[in-house]
Design a protein around this ligand. Sequence first.
Ligand code: C6P
Length: 406
Amino acid sequence: MSNLADFRKDFDILNSGDYVYFDNAATAQRPNQVLDAVTQFYKTANANPLRGLYDWSMAATDAYENARKKVACFIGGVRPEEIIFTRNTTESLNLVAYSYGMDNVGEGDEIVITVMEHHSNLLPWQMVAKRNKAKLIFLEPDEEGVISKEEYQAKITDRTKIVALGHVSNVMGVTNPVKEIAEYAHKKGAVVVVDGAQSAPHMKVDVKDLGADFFAFSGHKMMAPMGIGVLYGRKELLENMQPFLTGGEMIEYVTREDATYAELPHKFEAGTVNAGDAVGLAAAIDYLEKVGFDAIREQEEKLTKRLLEGLSKLPYIKVYGSKDPSKHCGIVTFTMDGVHPHDMSSVLNDDHVCIRAGHHCAQPLMQFIGAGSTSRASVYFYNTEEEVDIFLEKLSKVREVMGYGA
Ligand code: C6P
């Protein structure tokens, strides 16, 4: 197993004070290798990519297209032209909804999603359903966040045109049985869209093995800069879709009245592309592969186990999701009797502990579990058992600070 303490040294922000950063599901921290790769790009190869016929522009183009090849390998060896760079998961999912959904879902058709979806994988489908008079159907999980076979087999039918679901829930931490669901959805003739925002940073993803027709994720949750995201789409589908954004560099030929479009992937990448951050994403992938997903999983499970054990000793805490630490993907969501999550987060912040509090952009799930908002601690491989202990110790003081007595 890799020595995780050595990797932690690469994160200046984590080593610069006494902060415990447990909001990794919102965004990860970046190691120096990623920051250096971005700086190096701007210092040595900065010019507008895909346009200039001079050395710097061609170097920028190479760096950008090499990043695309790296991403294509990272998610299971797909074709580079099946990788579209976007700003984030949100933009990737909107691209699918607008460029595929609007043209392929009609009146009376059904779009199946889960009640656990992040708003980014809900609102775009609400738009499609409203505009095209289609129906949204919601898969509901059990107490531990698990969607049963009976549930998805009852709701995915011949009317289903799209099944859109998160690979890992950003609230429950549960990993959905995407492969099984995709197999069933394909038999019914539906297209499968997977929101991989919370899975790509934590587990080896093979989009073809999963059966994803589209797979979206964000660089910033896996140590790349903010502002670079990915959409994988099956070539046959992408080729038949209209562009999402139009303008520079996504064209083949333009007249006053009309235009033909560039080949994949550029048809979907209008305007000056984010080459600097694509280079950062490639460096983040190199880094992730150096750490190794086995080591990442092992550490996340170890920390989650300690977290769950510690929380179970506090009688006023309710934890959501599975009791099994291996089923959390590093995410632990909980509430504290009598203390609003925002107050808890503020009190913890006074002790330099960073967690997320609120609805986590998953309000239908909050309604489903009967909580207006929750607190969420989310760990990554660079977090330590000592940090879990500090978090638990500070958390156990919160009710006292809020006036409940010792
Ligand atoms: N979840 C969280 O704290 P963007 O913002 O586009 O990079 O990612 C959106 C998104 C989509 N799907 C899932 C499952 C997500 O978790 C997120 C982002 C963050 O949980 C910010 S709300």
